[in-house]
Ligand binder design. Structure first.
Ligand SMILES: C[S@@+](CC[C@H](N)C(=O)[O-])C[C@H]1O[C@@H](n2cnc3c(N)ncnc32)[C@H](O)[C@@H]1O
Length: 269
């Protein structure tokens, strides 16, 4: 009889299946415009940190590499290593790179598990590390702690870690607002464990100074998950992630605390 899969293996299988079976626009999330907003925010924040141009960036949990590639398109002198534990995701990332001659010389994708990065990144130390909705796929707080400890081991002293992860209080605020106008709760999906800011502080502070937490997607969520959701309900339409309101929402300044997804900007001690 086959051994039942561990929670970690079930989550990995989910990502493998998603990599094998999703359209290019929806491999790592259905919300393609959110992904574009995330990539733009990562590139902008790195530029604002005024680091040397020839940066080395480590994107852990890179999925199909679209975000890594978008950031590389903006940071033209930086080189990137993207790692993901799903072989199918890495295969898609490598294929996406093949389509992009401009950045293919500066970006590489490898298999690597955030809980054990030695085989993937050896003894290398990076200027910047990013995770974009990766840590939330670790099912326990202790594994999330281990993952952040591991990221710290691959950064130079003074290097930066940009953690784009999901937080419970943003999700709660969004749901409270939806409830005010009779919209149902959006639940956290089975394969995610969202953090609280206190938890992030606890697990990051042994290695990092937490410089800032950016609510970069609050307006985006307010418009797409409150205003647009209510319109769809009232018009009897199914929400469509490709609806142009998403494109408008991502261009507006971010106000408030209506999004689960934030970027914590951390500096290695
Ligand atoms: C929500 S997707 C985000 C992918 C990409 N960062 C993006 O923004 O499009 C989460 C990714 O994290 C990867 N992942 C989850 N747990 C991981 C782990 N332990 N080590 C490495 N990658 C992991 C999944 O395979 C998946 O590709």
């Amino acid at each position: 009889m086959k051994e039942p899969l561990s929670e970690n293996d079930k989550i990995k299988e989910y990502w493998d299946e998603r990599a094998a079976g999703s359209s290019a626009i929806a491999v790592t999330t259905n919300d393609n415009y959110l992904r574009i907003l995330e990539a733009e925010t990562i590139a902008k924040v790195i530029q604002e940190l005024e680091l040397p141009d020839a940066l080395r960036v480590f994107d852990v949990g890179c999925g199909d590499g679209q975000t890594t590639i978008r950031v590389a398109e903006t940071l033209k002198a930086a080189t990137f290593l993207g790692a993901d534990y799903s072989p199918a995701m890495v295969a898609r990332a490598v294929a996406n790179l093949a389509d992009n001659a401009d950045v293919s010389k500066r970006v590489e994708f490898r298999e690597g598990d955030i809980l054990n990065l030695v085989a993937c990144s050896g003894a290398e130390h990076f200027d910047v590390a990013t995770t974009d909705r990766c840590i939330i796929n670790l099912p326990t707080f202790e594994e999330q702690r281990q993952a952040i400890h591991n990221i710290a081991q691959y950064l130079k002293p003074g290097g930066y870690y940009l953690a784009l992860e999901n937080f419970t209080d943003g999700q709660e605020m969004l749901n409270q607002t939806r409830a005010l106008i009779g919209l149902p709760e959006i639940s956290v999906r089975w394969h995610n464990r969202f953090l609280t800011e206190q938890e992030l502080d606890e697990i990051a502070s042994p290695h990092f100074d937490i410089l800032r937490i950016l609510n970069f997607s609050s307006t985006y969520y307010y418009i797409t998950r409150v205003v647009y959701s209510a319109l769809c309900r009232d018009l009897g339409e199914e929400p469509d992630y490709q609806h142009p309101i998403h494109k408008v929402a991502m261009t507006l300044p971010s106000e408030g605390n209506y999004s689960p997804t934030r970027m914590a900007i951390l500096r290695r001690k």
